[in-house]
Design a protein around this ligand. Structure first.
Ligand SMILES: [Zn+2]
Length: 69
């Protein structure tokens, strides 16, 4: 199973709060190792909580919109 960025973003608040299960946590960590965008998102943890609600992330001045269907 390979996570893409959207999946990481959906679970990143749970990852921060440590409420994701161990397997998902492992997958997220593996993704973070090679993904600069998600690493940057995680670095700005304080912004992430509000960003999750708006589903918009700002990373290094670039905006990422999380679409959910
Ligand atoms: Zn990513």
């Amino acid at each position: 199973m390979k996570l893409d960025c959207k999946h990481v973003w959906e679970h990143i608040s749970g990852y921060i709060d440590n409420t994701v299960d161990a397997k998902l946590r492992e997958e997220i960590e593996r993704h973070l190792e090679h993904c600069e965008i998600c690493s940057a998102i995680l670095d700005s943890t304080s912004q992430v909580v509000g960003a999750i609600e708006r589903r918009v992330f700002s990373v290094n001045g670039a905006l990422f919109q999380l679409h959910k269907d």
